[in-house]
Design a binder for this molecule. Structure first.
Ligand code: NAD
Length: 535
């Protein structure tokens, strides 16, 4: 360590704060700069958690943790890893939604990388200002569709920052490898444009060719400076999410978490539900509420799986139906977009409830952002047609959920197999305790990212997400199934990510997309790569 004195304490990557021992204090010129007592990292962690618990609102907890991340990075990650179930809802959904809404008002510390239309032509030069030599994961958004909250412009930066913290905490990817990026192309959110505190580019959104050119310049600049980096597209408005994925997927190491990550985590939940109902995917009828990027991504991945299980594409498509804001997606529906064209049905137009009566889905997946859309009537209907209806209310944050866990268990008289996008507390129904599983993308992206990095993948085919889904489903303990939980415990996230990374890495070697020569022992190699925040 070259730094000395106060510079050591100001460097988040090397500071141990009160954990520097007497010898280190002498060596680094820290005597007099710290109190007498020496705290172990364990004690520091308890101090942190006491501080968090003292805060009354989640947003204050977030601000406290964010400041810790900038003061003492290893302590931040030690605490996040060891208290993940408690901290995850603070650094990610649901609190991160509120954080994004307030971003310009609570802004304190400069984090991440911002590009605006004024930077066109200079993006490679701008990227030169980022201090890290070796970036391996980039999470990029343009803030146009943050969670279910709509266009939050530059305030959406909370999302890349949060996701990358989870890449490190959950997937063991070194923090210095991570780069959060905001492509700030303006906003169409009038209240932000009228907010004097708004920190983003204060103009209407750039669209069309000019937008595409900036995205392209950014991607090329990344490839030139960080050729091994994985780019994760995040929270782009649906048509751009698909457009960018289609344009870059076969050329650049990238994926879209809203489409592909969500698909893998939802499919893993469905795989687990089939263990409970002792049935097969090809015998299910799956209905989606919402025909946006999340739902269509799930359907696309299910389609691949159904075909792998032996169905023809036509048969597989007949198992999948969509209800959007105007009812069942049928010929002539207003909501048809290029990404959901193949799911358009020949039936006459009908309402959500009519579609359930008519098509008799066994699995209902909500990704609509429509709070309360799974009413008592809808859940009762699903329950009258299925012994064990499978219902996922994936919309985030909690305020947008199609139903609460309590409603799902109550309206189905305890028969539902339920998962949600936002966390819900265990539910007691007629002497039984149900523990609702959270279909959180965090089960997937850190492991996929770690696997891709480990082998220096050249790109990520869709098959990687099938592999990740199957591996996640394998991680669920039979005892969890008894309480209706479809996902493994969050406390095992690092193990889960590690196992997914190994499976993904093996697959990338099989399909010839790994650029690194195969290490002798891939498990050990990946294990050694994983960041450990212990001092
Ligand atoms: P999107 O904007 O692409 O799609 C939303 C779709 O829902 C649109 O097609 C819209 O027309 C439709 N819709 C809106 N109101 C509706 C209504 N009342 N009835 C039926 N359809 C309606 O958004 P997205 O990326 O697909 O995300 C949708 C939701 O899923 C968000 O709330 C998001 O937070 C959530 N999500 C959850 C997870 C997860 O749980 N792991 C992952 C990704 C997205």
């Amino acid at each position: 360590m070259e730094k000395r004195g106060i510079d050591v304490l100001k460097d988040k990557r090397i500071s141990k704060s009160t954990a520097f021992n007497a010898e280190e204090k002498k060596m680094y010129g820290l005597r007099g700069l710290l109190p007498y007592a020496i705290s172990s990292q364990e004690i520091q962690k308890i101090r942190v958690i006491e501080n968090i618990r003292r805060k009354e609102s989640n947003i204050e907890k977030y601000i406290f943790l964010s400041a810790l991340q900038d003061r003492n990075e290893r302590l931040f990650y030690r605490t996040v890893i060891d208290y993940l179930p408690e901290i995850l809802p603070i650094i990610y959904t649901p609190t991160v939604g509120e954080v994004c809404q307030q971003f310009s008002h609570i802004y304190r510390i400069d984090k991440g990388f911002y590009i605006t239309p004024e930077d066109k032509g200079d993006i490679p030069e701008l990227l030169g200002n980022w201090p890290e030599k070796d970036v391996r994961v980039i999470v990029v958004t343009d803030g146009s569709r943050i969670l279910g909250l709509g266009d939050l412009g530059c305030n959406g930066m909370g999302i890349p920052i949060g996701k990358l913290s989870l890449y490190t905490a959950g997937g063991g990817i070194r923090p210095e490898y991570c780069l959060p990026v905001m492509l700030d192309m303006g906003t169409d959110n009038e209240s932000l444009l009228h907010d004097m505190m708004y920190l983003g580019y204060p103009h209407k959104r750039l669209k069309g060719q000019e937008y595409d050119e900036i995205v392209d310049e950014f991607i090329r600049a990344v490839q030139a400076k960080y050729p091994r980096a994985l780019i994760q597209f995040e929270d782009f408005v649906t048509h751009n999410a698909y457009k960018l994925l289609q344009r870059y997927q076969n050329e650049v190491l990238c994926f879209n978490d809203d489409i592909q990550g969500t698909a893998a985590v939802a499919l893993a939940g469905v795989f687990t539900s089939l263990r409970i109902t002792e049935s097969q995917l090809k015998d299910q009828r799956i209905m989606f509420l919402g025909a946006g990027s999340a739902a269509t991504g799930i359907a696309d991945l299910m389609l691949k799986e159904l075909v792998l299980e032996g169905l023809s594409e036509t048969d597989a498509l007949s198992r999948l139906s969509f209800v959007d804001i105007n009812g069942l997606l049928v010929d002539g529906s207003e909501s048809i977009m290029p990404h959901n064209e193949r799911y358009v049905r020949k039936e006459p137009s009908m309402s959500f409830a009519e579609a359930i009566r008519e098509l008799k889905p066994t699995i209902l997946i909500g990704a609509s952002g429509a709070k309360g859309a799974f009413t008592r009537e809808i859940i009762s209907l699903m329950s009258s047609q299925n012994d064990r209806p499978v219902i996922f209310a994936l919309s985030n944050p909690t305020s947008k959920s199609e139903c609460t866990a309590e409603e799902a268990y109550e309206y189905s008289e305890g028969r539902v197999i339920f998962a949600s996008g936002s966390p819900f507390a265990p539910v007691s129904y007629h002497d039984q305790i149900f523990v609702p599983g959270q279909a959180n993308n965090v089960y997937i992206f850190p492991g996929v990212g770690l696997g891709a990095l480990a082998v220096e993948a050249s790109r990520l085919p869709d098959s990687v997400f099938l592999i990740a889904a199957a591996e996640l489903a394998r991680q669920i303990h039979p005892s969890d199934l008894e309480t209706g939980t479809l996902y493994p415990r969050m406390t095992s996230l690092r193990t889960i990510s590690f196992e997914i990374a190994v499976a993904v890495a093996e697959h990338l070697y099989e399909v010839g997309l790994a650029r690194l020569e195969r290490p002798k022992n891939i498990r050990q190699y990946i294990k050694n790569m994983m960041y450990d925040p212990t001092y």
